[in-house]
Design a protein around this ligand. Structure first.
Ligand SMILES: [Zn+2]
Length: 312
């Protein structure tokens, strides 16, 4: 924002707040005040409920997903994932955040939480994403964001989830349900037309309602991300709305999350990984692509301006 605009805004604010009798002609009723301050949901951080401006289905709620479970979610008699990712071949999909001492309180967590890492899941629905992460790969993430905008929290924010390598110790991970970005139009067409989507979701799980998804903006988005040309359709409007509310709420609670995303010399959001030394020290909202040169998510369709505007 230009300084002149800031100065004008400051003057207007001063005038409207300091001048006696300068009310807009209406008073705020008690019920309106309550509505304005009533949280729409809560997330769990160091065992405490933190108010957020979006409904959240937590791991404690009916219908939620609990990544603390040390057995498979959909096949509860199995303990270990059958194809664990490297270092993830234990029943536990999470651990304490590493460092001098693991954070235990929300104040300690405030010092340690410095990044959001955004992913798309290529699992198409959050239910299927949780199956793949928890039951198959031995991985985890704090939030799942479904096609219809439902936010699931699967782990307390104090826990170290397994989703983004070295950034796991300092980040909140968010998996956004989406068919992903593909390296050719043919592969993307095949996947988005439904063949890949049908293959991705086991028959036992609910397919996404109303088709795979309805992109917020039409058409294809393509770009070179970490050296690969990739093609992608947009995320849904409900996802952008829920994510913007979640991000804004958590930025109020955890000030170190207010930066970012990283930008290039032209001011565009960076489409390549940060230098290795900066991948864990960079603060704010990042994509998986920024902390891993092998990744492209959340992909060229992701509309950063809708979720990452600087907080007030
Ligand atoms: Zn990812």
């Amino acid at each position: 924002m230009p300084h002149a605009t800031v100065a004008v805004l400051a003057a207007v604010l001063a005038a409207t707040t300091l001048l006696p009798g300068c009310a807009s002609g209406r008073t705020t009723s008690r019920s309106e005040r309550r509505a304005a301050t009533q949280p729409r949901g809560f997330v769990i951080a160091a065992g405490e409920r933190v108010a957020v401006d979006v409904p959240v289905v937590t791991f404690l709620d009916a219908g939620g997903f609990d990544a603390r479970r040390e057995h498979r979610w959909f096949e509860a008699d199995e303990i270990l994932p059958d194809r664990p990712a490297a270092g993830c071949d234990t029943p536990r999909r999470f651990s304490a955040r590493r460092g001098a001492a693991p954070p235990r309180t929300i104040d300690e967590l405030r010092e340690r939480l410095t990044q959001f890492v955004l992913h798309y899941d290529v699992a198409v629905t959050s239910r299927n994403c949780f199956r793949v992460l928890h039951d198959v790969r031995g991985l985890s993430v704090h939030f799942l964001l479904d096609v219809d905008g439902t936010v699931y929290q699967t782990l307390d924010l104090v826990a170290r989830a397994r989703h983004a390598g070295a950034s796991n110790d300092v980040s909140i991970g968010i998996e956004i349900a989406h068919p992903g970005a593909w390296t050719s139009r043919e592969r993307a067409d095949h996947y988005y037309a439904g063949d890949g989507v049908r293959l991705a979701i086991p028959a036992a799980l609910e397919p996404p309602r109303g088709g795979p998804f309805a992109p917020a903006r039409g058409g294809w988005f393509e770009a070179d991300v970490n050296g690969s040309r990739v093609f992608q359709r947009d995320f849904t409007a409900a996802q952008y709305d829920a994510l913007a509310r979640l991000v804004a709420s958590l930025r109020r609670e955890f000030p170190a999350l207010r930066e970012g995303p990283p930008r290039d010399g032209d001011g565009d959001v960076l489409r390549r990984a940060l230098p290795e030394a900066e991948r864990t020290t960079e603060r704010g909202i990042l994509g998986h692509l920024h902390v891993s040169p092998a990744k492209v998510d959340p992909g060229p369709a992701f509309d950063w301006a809708r979720v990452a505007a600087p907080p007030n």
